[in-house]
Design a protein around this ligand. Structure first.
Ligand SMILES: Nc1ncnc2c1ncn2[C@@H]1O[C@H](COP(=O)(O)OP(=O)(O)OP(=O)(O)O)[C@@H](O)[C@H]1O
Ligand SMILES: [Mg+2]
Length: 148
């Protein structure tokens, strides 16, 4: 477990870099749940991660499409998968998006907003970041590893 205080959104870049530094592909997709209230900074974090990974163009929240994929080339990861499960009710709702295939592909780095909504289908090794709003510009991020 690691806590990081992000005093201003401009500091998120450094936080995203540190998050990615030690991340390498495993046997299956690396999955990270992003938890926290509305406006806590989950999408802002994914945008920063995408930017560090060299994704160009607009990165928008997949609230309505649920999932967006971006081509990347980083430590062996080939695809950044951004999922926003806010509008879903249960794990089965991910079936039409072939979530099992997404999880089976070791080239995927999967970041999921509102993971609680689809908890029943998340792998045991899912990592977690909890986002908390401290004040209008400050957020606290708590990182949990796959075994925590
Ligand atoms: N230190 C900070 N880190 C991240 N975001 C910040 C920070 N300070 C201010 N913000 C602002 O907080 C908002 C975070 O919005 P964001 O869409 O990322 O939240 P979210 O957690 O994805 O919410 P939702 O659950 O609605 O998807 C943005 O407007 C961003 O500019
Ligand atoms: Mg969001």
């Amino acid at each position: 477990m690691k806590e990081v205080r992000v005093a201003h959104i401009e500091e998120l870049n450094k936080t995203a870099e540190e998050f990615l530094r030690d991340l390498d592909p495993e046997e299956k997709a690396v999955v990270v749940g992003l938890s926290g209230n509305l406006g806590a900074g989950k999408t802002a974090f994914v945008k920063e991660v995408a930017r560090v990974l060299g994704v160009t163009g607009e990165i928008t929240s997949p609230t309505f499409v649920i999932q967006k994929n971006y081509d990347i080339d980083f430590h062996g990861f080939k695809t950044l998968v951004h999922i926003d499960a806010y509008r879903l009710e249960k794990g089965e709702d991910m079936k039409p998006l072939k979530f099992k295939d997404t999880l089976a592909d070791k080239n995927n780095l999967v970041l999921i907003e509102w993971p609680e909504k689809i908890e029943s289908i998340l792998p045991k090794a899912t990592r977690k970041i909890v986002f908390e709003t401290i004040d209008p510009t400050t957020r606290k991020l708590t990182f949990y590893g796959k075994d925590e």
